[in-house]
Design a protein around this ligand. Structure first.
Ligand code: PGA
Length: 251
């Protein structure tokens, strides 16, 4: 039985007061619940304050990205070791916005995944097809490549520290959520890819989140799909009532 994992990706939103207000409310709502894993990924600069505000809470804190280098002359970058140093639990890697807007290739994503795991961070690795790719019948090819290349060279022993987020690009921030059938098909396919890569025990254990226009009104339906183990939430994670309702999908 995989424990549901609900994570909020704040992207480039909120200010410090708004971030602290949000996590203060989430902390109350989540209490000491252990039947679900809850996580937030604030912008880098708010990480220390959010980590401090969530001390003693089971809510996990992570970054939305990190450098593909260990250290050195890389102006503007933040290393995985720095994130673990300040108390981050995880990092989101390979988000479609990183791939599309900042040109991140699977090779770059793979370098980041390795460095994150080396630094002691857990990883949420995103995979997903664009609308054009879906319409061209390329969905499986694309998500296969995102997983196989993104996880290349990583030992199955580290698989328990990896979560996959299936995020169809056409569903991100568009209000156009994948149907339960569409999500179910790709989640089943991805679990098969993981089985081929790391074996059946790992494939059964790894959680695969769905991401793309998840809201309080559709989360229960998505979470009811076989193989959907959680959600990576953007817009609806910026408001405590809305993310709180998503976390409470099963109550
Ligand atoms: P959305 O974003 O929930 O706003 O669609 C999801 C994501 O990009 O992780």
């Amino acid at each position: 039985m995989r424990k549901p994992y609900l994570a909020g990706n704040w992207k480039l939103n909120l200010d410090q007061a708004g971030a602290l207000d949000l996590v203060g409310k989430l902390r109350e709502m989540v209490g000491q619940r252990t039947d679900v894993d809850v996580a937030v990924a604030p912008p880098y600069v708010y990480l220390p304050a959010v980590i401090e505000a969530l001390k003693g809470s089971p809510i996990r804190v992570g970054a939305q990205n990190m450098a593909d280098q260990v250290s050195g002359a890389y102006t503007g970058e933040v290393a995985g070791t720095m994130l673990s140093d300040i108390g981050c639990d995880f990092v989101i890697l390979g988000h479609s916005e990183r791939r599309a807007i900042y040109g991140e290739t699977d090779k770059i994503v793979n370098a980041k995944v390795k460095l994150a795991l080396d630094a002691g961070l857990d990883v949420i690795l995103c995979a997903g097809e664009t609308l054009d790719e879906r319409q061209a019948g390329q969905t499986e090819n694309v998500v296969h490549r995102h997983l196989i290349e993104g996880l290349a060279g990583i030992d199955a022993a580290l698989s328990s520290r990896v979560t996959i987020a299936y995020e169809p690009v056409w569903a991100i921030g568009t209000g156009q959520v994948a149907t339960p059938e569409q999500a179910g098909e790709v989640h089943t396919y991805l679990r098969g890819v993981l089985e081929g890569l790391w074996g059946d025990v790992a494939a059964e254990t790894i959680r695969i989140q769905y991401g793309g226009s998840v809201k309080p009104s559709n989360v229960a339906e998505l979470m009811a799909v076989e193989g959907v183990d959680g959600a990576l939430v953007g817009g609806a994670a910026l408001d405590a009532d809305s993310f709180g309702a998503i976390v409470a999908f099963n109550s």
